[in-house]
Unconditional design. Sequence first.
Lengths: 155, 788
Amino acid sequence: MPTVSMTVNGKSVSADVENRTLLVHFLREKLALTGTHVGCDTSQCGACVVHIDGKSAKSCTILAVQAEGAQVTTIEGLAKNGELHPMQAAFKENHGLQCGFCTPGMVMSAVDLVKNNANPSEQEIRDWLEGNICRCTGYHNIVKAIAAGAKAMGR
Amino acid sequence: MSEKGIGSSVRRSEDQRFLTGKGHYVDDMNRPGQAHAAFVRSPHAHARVKMVDTSAARKAPGVIAIFTGSDVAADKLGGLICGWTVKDKNGDPHKAPAHPILAYDKVRYVGDHVAVVIAETQAQARDAAEKVDVDYEVLPANIDTAKAMKGAVVHDDAPGNLCYDWELGDRAAVDGIIKSAHHVTRIDLVNNRLIPNAIEPRAAIGEYDSGSGHYTCYSTSQNPHVLRLILCAFIMGVPEHKMRVISPDVGGGFGSKIFCYAEEVVCTWAAKKIDRPVKWTADRSESFLSDAHGRDHVTHAELAMDKEGKFLALKVETIANMGAYLSTFATCVPTYLYATLLAGQYTTPIIFANVKAVFTNTAPVDAYRGAGRPEATYVIERIVECAAREMKMDPVELRRRNFIKPDQFPYQTPVALQYDSGNYGQALDAALKMSDYSGFKSRQAEAAKRGKLRGIGVSAYIEACGIAPSAVVGSLGAGVGLWESAQIRLNPTGSCQILTGSHSHGQSHETTFAQVVHEHLGIPYDSIEVVHGDTALVPFGMGTYGSRSIAVGGSAIVRAADKIIEKGKKIAAHLLEASVDDITFKGGEYRVAGTDKVKTIGEIAFAAYVPHNYPAGVEPGLDETAFYDPANFTYPAGIHICEVEIDPDTGRTVIVNWTAIDDFGKVINPLIVEGQVHGGVAQGIGQALLEGCVYDNDSGQLVTGSYMDYCMPRADDLPSLKVGMTETPCPHNPLGVKGCGEAGAIAAPPAIINAITDALGVMHLDMPATPEKVWRIAQQNRPAAAAE
């Protein structure tokens, strides 16, 4: 079994994995970072979105060994010193989550959107979320939350 | 109103953990020593199982055990049950063929569970499952709902594939009125089959403690006590006190997680067999194949009217697909949750419904968000729309003319239900205003200049929530009571836990229920915690489905709070040296009426647990339980208006305006209620525009078996929604609440199809209104459209 090493949420981590182990399973099973979820097996739902070297990526679509040496941020690494990231706070304020299962992927995806587009329009937000499926909210409040989160991140 | 009390948009207590990745879903849990299960599933829709050869799989790395149907039979496990007995038109009970935990003689749908492989890791279990060699004799598959009664026989003990042939009302009387009526509108429609697709796949962990003889089942269940009852009393023969079911955070359900499935039975049973915890988590492909599906009706309906458009009689004949086996509550969905709603918001004096439930070689079909009520609303609101067009009447005016009027409540419908309260005209007026209905013609003309077809559609829906009372549902065949429990446990320092038999899997009970107790007991909101989802912690409860949690579970909480208040009065009277009759309670304070002598509920709780100075004959402690069995269903209702624009060149439909006016009675938390409407509407839009479960009619293969093929609504498919409310309180529960979880999914589909058919100038098209279907109609109509 190969050994894989990377930095996750600022901490150096290392573990033996099977060649076929996906990054999401590495995070969930080896590191007990269970905030990153698996909702499908075709890279459609986006519940597993994390940041790899600063960019959002579906952690079910990359092998753990491919992330060798990478800087990975998961939903557990977003809040700093016990304070919610502005995007997390915006999801709470705007009731942008219900069952919470898609939420980590939504938030991680939204943060990456705003990094690239500081003031996204409603349509740009909706288009960006093509790769994230939510079954509870109808996206209405997610879209509102991301717009509000973008404003807050700009402050 | 307190800023955290009833009516306030309190931000949710549950969000902190979900937003920081600290939720605890079943798949997040791992038990010491656990093994992993993978299921061998039938690749055929219908086949005889001639032999299951597990020898190669047993040699695969990490394999601990393999069980097949014969192991299940040897241990005398019962089959999966259907908990609602529907009697057919002759009074005979529905056909209930055996539904084995693991198939042994035949498989009856693609995905049917044949064997389970248990191994050290999930990957090893899945690898070994591939090596189980099953010899199938493939049989003809029976797939098509409309033709099911003439297709291959699915169960020998259900001739003609008929589960039941059920009737409600007087067929001859309705036929007589239809024969002589001024006008009769007729419609044939399909309510398309859907796959619920909660984003969290189902999962289970079974555990057995050989020292105590206790089982534990962690399950993604909407109703852990109901699951425990079925597991123990009907399948495993284990006493209920030896089984604990835990449903922790659950990632959406929409009905699909009400039911008892084979996988959780197998994990729990196998945990004892191998003396280790056994975990299973569905992948999405398994979810598509094996979660209970929803809807799947084929219907013919006839509406008779006089020359003013007054509805005289309605006749509805439906074939409802049950799938290959009966799921837990499958039988009641197209009967008591469907035909009883066919009056809608209207005064139609006489209604007849016939429902034939059929078996096919498809996954079991059961309750999915709305469960029967979306199907009923779709029939009514489509036929009313068609009637208006045929009669050349304004569809809004036709609806208004037939509405039950506010002074007619309580209103006895001809289909058993008695509506308790409502004001349908008020909701209609509000919706017309919010949607600028009167300005539609000019918007339509403007769109035409851009080459777009613009249409508008109205849907007037009603639903029956909080299914009850228990005696009534029992008389209709329910195998359970439909009450709810609540326990309010004050702690010595004045904080409190609400233990509820309801279960939240997105509905926000932890916030809403805390608001109710904060309002009633005056305990600070932040000192209240809601506990649910564990049979070892909470009183026996019936769980969450049918928009019942606030109407039934919330009412139980109020009853428990009332008991706390009453007991506290006795303690306060003693401490304040007054008569119990002179003690008032308000805002968390016990007061001797007309004086400044006060004890807070916190002080009373402390006295109850440290009873040094305490009234004689009163038990220590401040911890009260209530069970609430409602007097009637609740009847949320409302008007949704959809406006669409269609591009005739591409067939793409864009929803440009959505208006929802709902009457949910009293609203505890408007922000949360609006969120429930949004989600329901999105699922309704999904049904109308995007989603449709497709099985190949010959092979029975599930064609729409992944998110590549089953079109889930994405953010860019949906519009922003305008949501408003009217309020006629429910008169028979203490909160005046009606329930809101399913309304959007019920209201939305006919509003959209009414709008699309309005835009296209046709009477009907079946859901989902895909670009292909819409484009074909737009092309056929092109010359006419151009001439306008």
